[in-house]
Design a protein around this ligand. Structure first.
Ligand SMILES: [Zn+2]
Length: 83
């Protein structure tokens, strides 16, 4: 089963456990809506580690473009740039 990371929705509510995010081993269909320790509402975080590609060059800008993908880079402050 995959491991999912959850974090408190509202940083002003919750305990140290859910404010700093915690991991749950569960199946895809299982959903955790609250912190197991303080019961504050939590949401699932999207993990970057889910992408496992053996050959890094496949994700290069040139390779992505060649295969019809575009890449969007987060430049901070809510701004994104398409490469
Ligand atoms: Zn908590």
């Amino acid at each position: 089963m995959p491991i999912y990371v959850y974090q408190s929705i509202d940083i002003n509510h919750g305990c140290d456990h859910c404010k700093n995010s915690f991991e749950v081993l569960q199946s895809f269909s299982d959903v955790t809506n609250e912190c197991p320790q303080c019961h504050a509402p939590v949401h699932k975080l999207i993990q970057k580690t889910g992408m496992r590609v053996g050959k890094k060059h496949l994700l290069s800008d040139q390779s992505l473009k060649k295969h019809g993908f575009s890449k969007i880079v987060n430049e901070g402050d809510g701004k994104f740039r398409q490469i």
